[in-house]
Design a binder for this molecule. Structure first.
Ligand SMILES: Cc1cc2nc3c(=O)[nH]c(=O)nc-3n(C[C@H](O)[C@H](O)[C@H](O)COP(=O)(O)OP(=O)(O)OC[C@H]3O[C@@H](n4cnc5c(N)ncnc54)[C@H](O)[C@@H]3O)c2cc1C
Length: 433
């Protein structure tokens, strides 16, 4: 960016906030909504606090850890030891499934252990071990084996992504899947669980204010010109101008986009046909979250739990009040029941299925429910189908050619965490300097 130039950052989620903070007063931050935070927002209703579905914070970058601990959430952090469960075949087991087969029916344990041995050591797995993997199904079969695939990984991922694992590319989430050794699998089948396996064995959460305390902490340090309720309607890359829905036009020297990549492409006043076509092939899964507040009945205690089986339409239940009891009134528990879908949500049906499922797992008594409502996140999980890599590269390269930075989970069109969004916003700002 030229000296004294002005940057515009589109989107006031974590990526946009981290970017604007770094750019100081040479920046205008435009946010479509009337609040900053993007997906990291928290609503309070009848004494219950619900994030826009549970957001648990992990940070590995030393500078980010320090900023979060000492400044943005200084004195307002809980460190929580993960309690994650899986409910299948009528049994609660510990996450990750492949490390904790203990407690499942004997037949399932034997399928999983023998399948793992075949895949990783036996002659049956040799073919997949010797060549590049073509899709997520092959990745799962190669690294975890047929039993774990059939009993957990296939049904769970198919529910979350709404397509069969054969239609997902091998990059769909590999880095987040803990890979056990044979010793881990056998020990996990033989005895009680260890909770400390995987990338997120402990996490942070604000003591007060829900996850929205994080964007609030960052925005307190902003020197940028922040404009709320300022939705960008179009971007003219050739003239370096953007137009807001209000009709106002702004000029920029540098531009950072954190809105979803296909939506960014649709903002373009002019784009080559191949870019428009590529953008139309970028697909995402929506999530509808049913938020439930109910009298505490006892029952299984967890921070979140996965539901692979078809008999439950949802894929996961989070329990905010287990992470931080301040998120619900005393004597009550809260749950966030997550449904993945494409297209318009059937909200009424989801609420009924959520209550029915919670009650079937003995987590609520229908008479003790004091709150149930649904919220939809239209673009929640990027679909890593076989078009994804090529289509994303075509759209991204078009923006790069015009010097535009893309940041955040949806600007980069990837699967990533809050910390990744913060890091990519910071990186976008530094690359303009
Ligand atoms: C179901 C679910 C659960 C998750 N759980 C976790 C978790 O437990 N831990 C974790 O670390 N991460 C979690 N994440 C990921 C985390 O939410 C994201 O990585 C992070 O919040 C992304 O921030 P962002 O700034 O990139 O995008 P966003 O938060 O989406 O921000 C983009 C902003 O751009 C604005 N915008 C869009 N279009 C325009 C426009 N035309 N004009 C102006 N503004 C516009 C939007 O209003 C929004 O505020 C979860 C995500 C989902 C979907």
């Amino acid at each position: 960016m030229r000296r004294g130039g002005r940057a515009i950052v589109i989107g006031g989620g974590l990526a946009g906030l981290a970017c604007a903070r770094e750019l100081g007063n040479a920046c205008t931050l435009l946010e479509a909504e009337d609040r900053l935070g993007g997906l990291c927002r928290t609503d309070v209703i009848d004494g219950f606090s619900f994030d826009w579905t549970g957001h648990w914070l992990h940070a590995r970058d030393p500078e980010m850890r320090k900023l979060i601990q000492e400044r943005w959430l200084g004195g307002n952090l809980l460190e929580v030891q993960r309690r994650a469960r899986i409910y299948s075949e009528g049994v609660w087991t510990t996450f990750p499934y492949q490390f904790h087969l203990h407690g499942l029916p004997a037949r399932t344990i034997s399928d999983c252990v023998l399948g793992f041995i075949d895949a990783t050591l036996g002659p049956e797995g040799e073919e997949l071990r010797s060549r590049p993997l073509a899709n997520a199904a092959e990745f799962i079969l190669r690294h975890l084996g047929e039993g774990i695939a059939r009993h957990f990984m296939f049904p769970y991922n198919e529910k979350l992504y709404t397509v069969a694992c054969e239609h997902l590319s091998p990059e769909w989430g590999g880095r987040f899947i803990p890979r056990p050794s044979l010793e881990d699998v056998v020990n996990g089948a033989a005895g009680p669980a260890r909770e400390d396996v995987g990338y997120n064995a402990t996490f942070w959460y604000p003591r007060e204010g829900g996850i929205e305390a994080l964007p609030r902490g960052i925005s307190a340090e902003l020197r940028a010109d922040v404009r709320l309720s300022s939705r960008v309607q179009s971007v003219d890359l050739a003239r370096r101008r953007i137009r807001l829905v209000s009709g106002e036009e702004l000029e920029y020297d540098a531009l950072v986009l954190t809105a979803p990549l296909p939506a960014c492409a649709r903002l373009l006043a002019e784009a080559p046909a191949e870019v428009r076509d590529a953008a139309s092939r970028l697909r995402a899964v929506s999530v509808t979250v049913v938020e439930v507040g109910a009298k505490d009945l006892g029952g299984e205690r967890f921070h979140w739990a996965y539901f692979p089986e078809k008999e439950f339409a949802f894929y996961r239940i989070g329990s905010p009040s287990e992470v931080n009891p301040a998120l619900a009134p005393a004597g009550f528990r809260s749950f966030a029941v997550e449904f993945a879908h494409r297209g318009t949500p059937e909200t009424k049906r989801f609420i009924e299925q959520a209550l029915e499922g919670l009650s079937r797992c003995r987590l609520i008594d229908r008479g003790g429910v004091v709150l149930s409502r649904a919220r939809t996140i239209p673009v929640a999980y990027v679909l890593f189908d076989h078009d994804h890599a090529q289509a994303r590269a075509t759209v991204q390269q078009h923006f790069e050619r015009h010097g535009v930075q893309l940041a955040g989970r949806y600007g980069k069109w990837e699967y990533s965490s809050m910390e990744d969004a913060l890091l990519s916003g910071r990186e976008a700002a530094r690359s303009l300097a």
